[in-house]
Ligand binder design. Structure first.
Ligand code: SF4
Length: 480
């Protein structure tokens, strides 16, 4: 197969979820939220929004596309306030349309509420149907909107700890930022699927999905929001409250954050992502040693593991692919054709480095196999003598229902082929995946991680789950 002959219909990576950023007690909150979202752009590129409050009025701005395209230079004049929340989106439920861009902003009987969500609610369809049958109107096709209805429900509104009670009704994976005109709230689901960290900036507070966003604005990392914890920040300071009992079972922190999603400079679930990936590479070198001349990475997400593989094996690291940084992270683009076009432009092989070499190629994961196949073909065409693929996670054989847009089992190449079959499809000389033990080896409490996409062992009941557009029960096209 020739590099230029390959036709791609699907991207070879899971697509991401969302990034959250909240600020309390800092002047020009909107500008900080912009920077926080910008540094988490890798978590979603479909749309972004910012909602701020000056204590009296709430202002919002959102749009589709990249953060830098949505917010123009004069945006800050229209977004005055000392408190606010922001969101970058990749849709894991609901289609790509402006109504689905978050934060969602609603006016309830007691004022404005804004909600931003990262994750996937497994009981959203049931709750939505319940409210619709009672006459409620939904504006979006996202699962996140059910929380808005719970917050507005008189049954919860009249009770103390209303937000905590509403959070108790939803199941699945979630990190939420919730805002009123004078308070910021942050919550993580009881199993802790998604990361959410708190930082301090002067006298104010910031909350972000990833700590790289805290670093970006010069905030000091304070701690993570605990699984099952609701943190409220207002003029009185920071208050903590558990909305759910500590689970009897283990936590289910998403290990794929470590493998691929998070930025290497982030601290996620208490660990630096780069160092964890480097350790994966070392482990991979021990588990799948091979005689070779050079180690190369699939940039950028394979960089840290390739470094680890090289260090452990003693095989020199080199640049075999150069990434075009002006092409977006193609796998986040939701439309298949956009992904296809982007993939072709994203990486260029360096023939002068790989020609006549036995090459170890380190990548973070293989989902459908289409892109990996193309890269093997490119390396062959560039003259590589042998190609040994090493993947810094186990075979991805099962879909995710917790906020990552993995395809169905039938579309996952490891869902339908064993390792030998995958290797043959890719056209590599050998293929080695990291073991599940290796994947969990950097953690003191490996039982606190979800590994369902590798093992099929789902930490919550997924029987009610359907596809990402499962809440779009009626077709509605809008040209807004
Ligand atoms: S199934 Fe995989 S991607 Fe989904 S939450 Fe679990 S580890 Fe993360």
């Amino acid at each position: 197969m020739k590099c230029m002959d390959v036709v791609y219909t699907k991207e070879d990576k899971p697509r991401e979820m969302c990034g959250l950023f909240g600020v309390f007690g800092v002047e020009y909150a909107a500008s900080l939220i912009y920077q926080g979202l910008f540094s988490q752009q890798h978590r979603g590129q479909e749309g972004a929004g910012i909602v701020v409050s000056d204590g009296m009025k709430v202002h919002s701005l959102k749009g589709q596309g990249l953060v830098s395209d949505i917010f123009e230079a004069d945006a800050w004049d229209r977004l005055p306030g000392y408190l606010g929340i922001g969101h970058v989106r990749y849709s894991t439920t609901g289609s790509t349309r402006i109504q689905n861009v978050q934060p969602l902003v609603v006016e309830c009987v007691d004022g404005i509420w804004a909600v931003a969500h990262n994750g996937n609610l497994v009981n959203a369809a049931r709750l939505r149907r319940m409210y619709q049958e009672a006459g409620a109107i939904f504006q979006t096709s996202t699962d996140s909107e059910v929380l808005v209805h719970l917050l507005a429900d008189p049954m919860y509104r009249s009770r103390p700890r209303r937000v905590a009670r509403a959070l108790n009704e939803i199941q699945g994976s979630f990190s939420f930022l919730i805002m009123t005109k004078d308070a910021l709230m942050a919550a993580r689901d009881p199993l802790g699927f998604k990361p959410l960290s708190i930082g301090r900036l002067g006298e104010g507070y910031v909350v972000a999905s990833e700590t790289c966003a805290l670093n970006q604005i010069g905030a000091k990392y304070l701690r993570d929001v605990e699984p099952g914890e609701l943190v409220t920040i207002d003029k009185e300071g920071l208050h903590s409250h558990r909305f759910a009992e500590r689970p009897r079972q283990h936590l289910a922190q998403c290990v794929f954050e470590m493998v691929y999603f998070a930025r290497p400079d982030s601290l996620v679930f208490g660990k630096n992502v780069h160092l964890v990936r480097q350790q994966y590479g070392r482990c991979l070198a021990r588990e799948h040693a091979v005689d070779a001349d050079i180690v190369i990475a699939i940039p950028d997400s394979g960089n840290s593991a390739a470094l680890g593989y090289s260090q452990e094996s003693g095989i020199p690291l080199n640049y075999g692919f150069i990434r075009n940084h002006y092409v977006g992270r193609t796998f986040i683009m939701p439309e298949a054709d956009a992904r296809t076009r982007g993939v072709d432009m994203k990486l260029a092989v360096l023939p002068e480095v790989v020609r006549d070499q036995r090459v170890v190629v380190v990548d973070d994961s293989i989902v459908r196999g289409t892109t990996a196949r193309r890269r093997v073909a490119c390396l062959r065409e560039a003259g590589a003598k042998e190609i040994h693929l090493r993947i810094s996670c186990p075979p991805t054989a099962n879909p995710c229902f917790f906020g990552i847009d993995f395809p169905s089992k039938e579309e996952l190449i490891a869902g339908v082929h064993d390792v030998g079959g995958v290797c043959e499809y890719l056209g590599a000389d050998s293929l080695g995946y990291l073991s599940v033990e290796g994947l969990l080896s950097p953690f003191d409490k490996p039982e606190n991680f979800c590994t369902a996409c590798f093992t099929g062992d789902y930490p919550v009941d997924i029987s009610a789950m359907h596809g990402k557009e499962s809440l779009e029960t009626h077709t509605h096209e809008s040209n807004e």
